[in-house]
Write a new protein. Structure first.
Length: 426
RNA sequence: GGCGCUAUCGUCUAGCCUGAUCUAGGACGCUGCCCUCUCAAGGCAGAAACACGGGUUUAAAUCCCGUUAGCGCUACCA
């Protein structure tokens, strides 16, 4: 039985964001790999900004990502008495004092060495530190105190958190020494910034996990990408499942420098995961995703559509924008191209002939037959297949990009194809 | 300002600890080619980096010092 115990300690003053997920993920990976426990702690001592709604959103996001935790989450707002007890102890030992209603920890003037697993030994001179407020005048503990008390009481063995906490660590160590507690081991993770190198914010697009979920990203895509921000296996492998990561993760291979978030690579990775999905799982998930967002599509048509788009989409959400012609009539927004096709007598004539040919065909289920008949019609007119395929694609979709034309015709069905053809020709 | 962390292609990174195997490898993106009815997917190829300056050494991306830059902390926020 491993005595490794780590924790993720979000503050319910906002949504779970990208940086938080990465911290949670690395804690999770370390715990699962070591056979330890991954615990949760809700840091809700900021009474003004903490809300139950944010707390729920954070837990839901973690569940969606598959980062399941052990034991019940610890809630700081329920431990106020314990913090007061510790403050009282410090007070009675003369290691803290009251100041304007607050309680301050008297910083011992000394050299403090912090051993960090990813950065090595870092030395601070506590002469530089101001005495630390540990309890606010409203009787609530301040972050620094609550953290060390909780980590101690929860039996936390490793504190894995963002690098922004590195300068706080010597203060925490001093507090632990004053209480006679053994310090946990520390590992400070590099920070994640936006493409321009500034802290991630709404300006950089989506930052909340829920937004990625709503756009149709896969949890494994997001996790895979985030794992690679600040860590790598030392091998060329880039595509990982969560179990792969658990197996290969190592704090020793955590990078020291900050990283920038690249939405493009996330999109690429997510596309890789969509293609790696079991076919049935893909069908079920994308169907569920679009369920209440669009008008119902006949099952046969829907299955063709999602199969055709599996190699084309990088998120489930991209389906509708890429196959817009499938949900509404084409708009022919490309005016020059529209004019060119309309002005091309040969093409228009051929489209007319094709209309005839297709009209005499049975249903459009057989892609082979569509292929054959369309090419025959082109040949009969002394033209190459592509001379008819391109105008036809434009008529059918209003654009120049789509799945193969015969798959497209089969997808849309005879009625719709002929209707669009007739509308364009009239 | 003070203190701390960091510094390899545009971005994520390998290599650095244990100096020579690095004319610096991979991935995203970008460009071109192949496939091909278009767009994807897939395959192939290409452009693209050791921040700067000093050392140490026969030899430095790798070790040391400095500079510069970025980031973080410096709250009765967490």
């Amino acid at each position: 039985m491993s005595d490794i115990r780590v924790r993720f300690a979000p503050s319910p003053t906002g949504y779970l964001h990208i940086g938080g997920v990465r911290t949670a993920l690395f804690n999770y990976l370390y715990a699962r790999q070591q056979g330890g426990k991954f615990l949760l702690r809700i840091e809700d001592t900021d009474r003004q900004r903490s809300t139950p709604a944010f707390e729920k959103e954070i837990l839901d996001s973690l569940k969606w990502l598959g980062l399941d935790w052990d034991e019940d989450p610890v809630r700081q707002s329920r431990r106020l008495d314990r913090y007061r007890e510790v403050v009282q102890e410090l007070l009675s030992k003369g290691l803290a004092y009251e100041s304007e209603g607050a309680v301050k920890f008297k910083i011992p003037k000394t050299e403090v060495k912090v051993y960090d697993i990813v950065r090595g030994e870092v030395t601070y001179d506590s002469q530089e530190f101001e005495d630390l407020v540990i309890m606010k005048s409203d009787g609530f503990p301040v972050f620094h105190l609550a953290v060390i008390v909780d980590d101690y009481d929860m039996g936390i063995s490793h504190v894995i958190r963002g690098e922004d906490h590195l300068p706080n660590t010597p203060r925490h160590v001093l507090l632990q020494q004053a209480l006679g507690w053994k310090s946990p081991k520390y590992a400070h993770l590099p920070l994640i910034f936006g493409a321009d190198g500034t802290p991630l914010s709404k300006r950089h697009g989506a930052v909340a996990v829920a937004e990625y979920r709503n756009k149709g990203f896969l949890p494994q895509g997001l996790i895979n990408y985030l794992a690679l921000l600040g860590w790598n296996p030392g091998t060329p492998q880039e595509i990982f499942s969560l179990p792969d990561l658990v197996k290969q993760f190592s704090l020793k291979r955590v990078i020291k420098s900050n990283a920038r978030f690249d939405p493009e690579k996330l999109l690429w990775l997510n596309g890789q995961h969509i293609r790696a999905l079991d076919g049935e799982v893909y069908e079920r998930q994308i169907t569920e995703f679009w369920k209440d967002k669009i008008e119902p599509v006949a099952e046969g048509k829907w299955r063709k559509l999602i199969a055709l788009y599996r190699p084309r989409i990088r998120t489930y959400g991209e389906l509708k924008e890429q196959a817009a012609y499938c949900f509404s009539e084409p708009e022919y927004k490309d005016l020059p191209l529209t004019a060119e096709i309309r002005g091309n007598k040969g093409a228009m004539e051929l489209l007319g002939q094709l209309q005839e040919v297709l009209n005499h065909l049975g249903d459009f289920e057989d892609v082979q037959v569509l292929d054959q008949k369309t090419k025959q019609a082109a040949e009969a007119a002394g033209l190459k297949p592509k001379d008819i395929i391109h105008p036809l694609r434009f008529v059918l979709t209003g654009g120049t990009a789509s799945p193969g034309i015969f798959d497209l015709m089969s997808l849309l069905g005879k009625k719709t194809c002929l209707k669009r053809l007739a509308a364009f020709l009239s």
